[in-house]
Design a protein around this ligand. Structure first.
Ligand code: SF4
Length: 281
């Protein structure tokens, strides 16, 4: 699938900056307050249109935005991902009202940038683009796709809009997006055949912006890992089985721990090992 992606040169990548386009746009508000008003009306209309056609969240699939495939360390549990798809539940479990409030803040910030980009790019900006990779059972929506002008040619690039608190802004995304976001971007790039993927982060404390441009090479580094993890989970889903238990500290916050009983399995394994050692003596 990777070979389908168009490889941009370093010089071409250096021309991509959604952040600068948005900063120039906001700077123009100083000169022309009607631009601010007009673009706000545009973005509210766009959001209303999107809400009117939005269907229910797809079930029985992997959503790129809520997948946690982990780094190469065993800090992720494929069994948890399988439970999530099978039970049509978030792998993070039910959230409290404060978290819903955080989601709303993130949504509003995303809608603001989508509206401004739609105002600026017109028919060259597509918000909420459906991404479907049937062979990996992946289905979701990318925040935006832009036909971005590079050297006189329009290049298809994706956009993901994120909000983050100051601590995360300064530490978690110091030099690059988080592994979870890179994987999300990789699925969008492959699913939509994008030449690049832009991550735009807004700091919730300061409204400062940070941007990263993900290229085909960045995706290629993660792709084998993403594919292998999803195929492993999908094979179990197809067979009606579950990946093996990986008892670890995050089991304590897993919404499926009552059914999975990870520590009971760990105790049984320890007991089994002790018995075998005792018999050998
Ligand atoms: S309880 Fe632990 S082992 Fe079981 S699914 Fe959750 S994270 Fe995985």
């Amino acid at each position: 699938m990777i070979s389908k992606l168009r490889q941009l040169t370093e010089q071409e990548v250096s021309q991509i900056s959604i952040k600068n386009i948005l900063l120039d746009f906001m700077t123009a508000f100083r000169e022309d307050r009607s631009l601010q008003r007009e673009s706000r009306v545009h973005r509210l209309e766009l959001e209303l249109d999107q809400l009117r056609v939005a269907g229910p969240r797809a079930v029985g699939v992997h959503h790129p935005s809520s997948l946690h495939l982990g780094s190469n360390k065993p800090a992720v549990c494929p069994r948890r991902l399988a439970y999530g798809v099978r039970k049509q539940m978030s792998i993070f479990g039910p959230v409290d009202p404060r978290v819903y409030n955080i989601f709303e803040v993130g949504h509003d910030a995303g809608a603001k940038y989508q509206g401004w980009l739609s105002y600026l790019y017109g028919e060259d900006f597509y918000p909420e683009v459906t991404v479907h990779i049937p062979e990996l059972n992946v289905y979701g929506h990318c925040d935006g796709v832009i036909h971005y002008p590079i050297n006189g040619e329009k290049v298809k690039i994706g956009l993901e809009l994120k909000t983050i608190n100051l601590r995360g802004f300064e530490n978690d995304i110091k030099n690059r997006p988080t592994a979870k976001h890179v994987d999300q971007g990789a699925l969008y790039m492959v699913g939509l055949d994008l030449a690049a993927m832009v991550f735009l982060y807004e700091c919730k404390n300061t409204q400062e912006l940070k941007e990263f441009v993900l290229t085909r090479d960045d995706v290629a580094k993660r792709w084998a890992h993403i594919q292998q993890r999803l195929e492993h989970v999908n094979e179990h889903l197809d067979a009606g089985t579950l990946p093996r238990i990986r008892a670890q500290s995050w089991c304590h916050t897993c919404p499926f721990k009552a059914e999975c009983k990870p520590f009971r399995a760990k105790q049984a394994a320890n007991l089994d090992r002790l018995k075998k050692t005792a018999r050998r003596k």
